[in-house]
Ligand binder design. Sequence first.
Ligand SMILES: Cc1ncc(COP(=O)(O)O)c(C=O)c1O
Length: 378
Amino acid sequence: MNLFDVYPLYNVVPKKAKDVYVYDEKNNKYLDLYGGHAVISIGHSHPHYIKLLKQQLGKIGFYSNAIQNPLQKKLADEIGEQSCLHNYQLFLCNSGAEAIENALKVASFFTNKKRIIAFKNAFHGRTSAAVAATDNQKISSPLNLQQEVSFLPFNDVRALEIEISKGDVCAVIFEAIQGVGGLDEPEEDFVYAMERLCKKYDACLIADEVQSGFGRSGTFFAFQKYKISPHIITMAKGMGNGFPIGGILIHPNIKASYGMLGTTFGGNHLACVASLAVLDILKMQSLQEKTKSLEFYFKKKASQIPQIKKIKGRGLMLGLEFDFEVSDLRKKLIYEQFIFTGGSSNKNLIRILPPLTIKEKHFDQFFVAISKILISND
Ligand SMILES: Cc1ncc(COP(=O)(O)O)c(C=O)c1O
């Protein structure tokens, strides 16, 4: 049977991985500055993560959400402690898109409205409402067009007020640092305006932290650079270090009712333990705190390379913009220098999303490699 051919693949077959390195079948060692798309947070195959998952597998891997699973409450408490969002409520699911879908659904239930405001260049996933709120017509099918979504530019408060004041908006959804879109961020004033206008016109503010959450940006969630309280926060990628898990945090003012949300696999025992192991390591190794100095080091090194026109992002969610398309550069980084990086919808931008265990010496290796390629291209 053939695979449904939806991915243009790089010709690398990973066989094993350890911390910030991935090894292929010929034992080539790749530096992972992509983290499998911001997923690897505590490093590949962390011994604590392996130990807790193996232990849990020997006890119980899964049972239905119809009965008690105390690991979910333990996870909720730990996320509450590390994010300082103690009063929020946790609902667990299995992926980023599912988190978005549930967040939009909660917003619609809560406000009894259905239009969504999303932003230019946003990426929120590929399921029904999530893809409709994604600013890429090519990946929306006719079925997805039934959702009512308005796309606005960041930082245009007037445009936002004109749309939201029409009274039919259930949610304003934003990424505090755009991922797939290429690391753009809304300005501070606009972030506060979004919160103010959502309150005024009875809409929910949704912070999509699927990519930027769980310590990657230097704060637990990227929106926490500002003093706002979104109604709903979505999370997924770094949450399980590769074990499929997603979730939403819901403001205490939004009350749950039986049947409002539900899932078979979401919040299963293994997924909870994977995420608890991630939170243990984030805390024990102070990984979130370390992202700040790593960001500073990376930006200093990047600013010494004249071909780099713009350095974007925060923490370990970073972007390097050139005045040419970077797909050849990224291929050379993989095939000649054995370094994985990420792309984005901005074709001139390289995305850097390493495991949070990355060290300065790994960035040194990257900048030597990129300089070599740039010099040989001249
Ligand atoms: C900001 C953001 N939201 C949602 C998603 C969708 O997540 P998933 O691919 O797990 O469905 C992504 C995936 O890249 C993302 O970057």
